[in-house]
Design a binder for this molecule. Structure first.
Ligand code: HCA
Ligand code: CU
Length: 421
């Protein structure tokens, strides 16, 4: 069920000029409401932000201490619930950085992510973190070609690690790597055992990005029925086949409580559920919850900060902050958008501190877009004159691409000619 974006008077079109035409009206309510779903946590999820763990596994990522501090502070201010950091076992500097971030006193809880061994768990609890995320591969691929351990061994070491971390008064999560290619019966037996050992959260990870929304829904819903209600379910989705946001969303619908994200989705290979895209999905589902928790207006700043740190450009079609996310081009779209932005927008750019732009310099423009531009330039014309001007712009735009400056020049000279007549 899609709710319409709320329009709040900040719906300026190009150059921030208000269209003054319906944008301030309260949105119409949607006639059909979703029936209450007792399993769904789409209105009360938590974010585990893993830019400083999964994101460090991104091809071109290198975060020095100062950059880690900057990113962790920005994410905490943004409102994420948890920040996950690279294992202290990875390197001496990783351990030192983990300790430094724990001492910052951020609002977000700090986690570190370690292998399911006592050695790693001991290192983790020494760093000052609020909680430990442990993981071990359970698929036959990983059991055979990675660590070589069977399910009985995995269960035994999981319980030992869980009991140890809990004895230190810290939060503990246990996750299986490659959950969707693991034996389902084995997996459920393992989660039941760790649940009985008192784990706070279990994690499901689509390590290779093979899962589709339907398989995610079924697995999480079954798991929800097998472990106790007080135990949270964290989910982690890779994006190899383009389902990372959809999978995170259905996981919440099926009863998961926590979602792993990273800024711009950076991580191993092409990464995981992106923070911005995930929140775009969630604001459509539960606007009040998202706005009450997350400072969405800071999203672009955080994305730019991370893009610079890992030396990539923000993709042109990035969710919310891509350069054309709120650009409307075709004449039919522009006309409706100028009347009421909800016609062709499910997100309100103002919620994210972004601005709408009505494109007018092309052959598929319409006279409403040109009229709006004429007004922005402070010029006066009748509708008939604007229509004639539009025809002239289309004639030129049929021959070559027009820049905004070109089009503005045509508009101004047309206006001057009118005065001469
Ligand atoms: C990996 C591990 C992991 C762990 C996810 C988790 C994955 O780098 O392979 O602990 O929830 O994708 O399985 O990121
Ligand atoms: Cu991962």
């Amino acid at each position: 069920m899609c709710n319409e974006p709320s329009t709040n008077g900040q719906n300026g079109v190009a150059n921030g000029v208000s269209n003054g035409n319906g944008a301030d009206k309260k949105p119409r309510s949607v006639p059909y409401k979703a029936i209450g779903d007792y399993l769904s946590n789409t209105g009360r999820f938590k974010i585990i932000e893993s830019t400083l763990r999964e994101g460090e596994q991104f091809a071109s990522a290198f975060f020095d201490t100062a950059t880690k501090v900057k990113i962790a502070t920005a994410l905490s201010d943004f409102g994420v619930d948890y920040i996950e950091l690279t294992s202290p076992a990875a390197s001496p500097q990783s351990k030192a950085d983990c300790e430094t971030i724990c001492k910052l006193g951020l609002k977000a809880k700090i986690l570190t992510h370690v292998r399911c061994t006592m050695e790693d768990a001991r290192l983790a609890v020494e760093t000052g973190v609020d909680g430990v995320d442990v993981v071990i591969g359970t698929s036959s691929f990983l059991r055979e070609f990675s660590h070589g351990k069977d399910m009985a061994y995995i269960t035994k070491s999981a319980i030992e690690v869980i009991e140890f971390v809990k004895s230190k008064g810290l939060e503990i999560r246990f996750s299986s790597e490659d959950s969707f290619r693991s034996d389902f019966v084995d997996l459920l037996a393992l989660y039941k055992a760790v649940d009985e050992a008192g784990v706070d959260r279990v994690g499901i990870a689509d390590t290779v990005g093979c899962a589709s929304p339907r398989t995610v829904y079924e697995l999480i819903r079954t798991l929800r029925g097998v472990i106790s209600q007080k135990t949270d379910i964290e989910t982690h989705f890779h994006n190899d086949t383009g389902c990372a946001i959809a999978n995170a969303f259905v996981a919440l619908e099926a009863g998961a409580t926590h979602v792993d994200t990273s800024v711009l989705g950076i991580g191993e290979r092409n990464g995981i559920t992106p923070l911005g895209g995930f929140l775009a999905r969630m604001i459509v589902e539960d606007r009040d919850y998202v706005l009450s928790k997350y400072k969405l207006q800071k999203l672009k700043e955080i994305e730019d900060m991370v893009a610079e740190a890992v030396e990539v450009n923000v993709p042109f079609n990035n969710y919310v902050t891509g350069f054309c996310s709120f650009t409307h081009k075709a004449g039919i779209h522009a006309k409706a958008i100028l009347n009421n932005p909800s016609t062709y927008e499910i997100l309100n750019p103002a919620d994210f501190g972004m601005t709408r732009y009505v494109h007018f310099a092309s052959r598929i423009t319409g006279w409403n877009a040109i009229k709006s531009r004429v007004e922005q330039l402070g010029l006066k014309m009748t509708d008939e004159q604007v229509k004639a001007l539009t025809a002239k712009i289309k004639e030129l735009a049929d021959i070559r691409p027009l820049a905004i400056d070109d089009t503005d020049a045509i508009i101004r000279s047309f206006h001057l000619d009118l005065a001469d007549k």
